[in-house]
Design a protein around this ligand. Structure first.
Ligand SMILES: *Cc1c(COP(=O)(O)O)cnc(C)c1O
Length: 219
């Protein structure tokens, strides 16, 4: 299959999973994860109408997205990888949505840059639902106080929550936990589900799914 055919296939599967969950297909946004792929590999998906993309490294995204955006100015770029506070300025300048707010230091750096640059960035809190020591994210028990810090004290535009369930576990309970935490904190957006489990995530209420290899091929 070509990259356009795989994109179409993922869109059909999203529509089918939405119908099975009794949801509108339009209520789920597809974030096409283009990390590691170069501009020439990404361009056909833009031609096919895809507008929302995810990257996990600031520097890599800086290299390819200014050129691609010249082709389609309405592209929306999401940062889905870990962020160091010394890259906050560059991240705020380039991305529209930052999904990996996961600690106070980075929240403060991002809030400061948003003020300084006057950009309207939307943010997600990354939650470590599996309490994995090697994985980024706020522990579920600390989510409420962290949301309060970001939203009330730092006036960040927090839209939702994001998680990456442990690779070797059934993702369902993790998606359910994220949905519960978002609800308890009055957040409406849920970024959850990747190539292997996006249909499951839609059943648990995902409002965006981050799909890479199923569209662009193996990395
Ligand atoms: C790479 C990545 C994805 C996409 O993974 P696939 O399995 O290729 O769909 C989604 N979310 C995050 C945070 C990633 O780093």
């Amino acid at each position: 299959m070509t990259v356009e055919e795989r994109l179409q296939d993922v869109r059909s599967k999203i529509a089918k999973a939405a119908a099975e969950a009794g949801r509108e297909p339009d209520s789920i946004s597809l974030v096409a994860v283009s990390k590691t792929f170069d501009a020439e590999h990404i361009r056909p998906t833009i031609d096919a109408g895809q507008r929302v993309f995810g990257e996990n490294r600031v520097q890599e995204a800086q290299g390819k997205w200014p050129g691609l955006r010249a082709q389609a100015p309405d592209i929306e770029l999401h940062l889905i990888g870990p962020l160091q506070s010394n890259k906050a300025a560059e991240a705020v300048a380039l991305f529209d949505v930052i999904e990996t707010v996961d600690r106070e230091k980075i929240a403060r750096a991002l809030a400061e840059e948003v003020r300084r640059q006057g950009r309207e960035i939307r943010f997600y809190i990354q939650v470590n639902t599996g309490l994995e020591p090697q994985k980024a994210g706020i522990a579920p028990d600390d989510v409420a106080s962290f949301v309060a810090l970001c939203r009330d004290e730092l006036s960040m535009r927090i839209e939702g929550m994001m998680c990456i369930p442990p690779a070797d576990e059934n993702p369902g309970p993790h998606f359910a936990l994220l949905a519960k935490l978002a609800d308890e904190n009055s957040l409406s957006k849920l970024s959850m589900g990747m190539s292997g489990d996006f249909e499951t995530a839609i059943g648990f209420g995902a409002t965006s799914v981050r799909v890479g290899s199923a569209i662009f091929g193996v990395r």
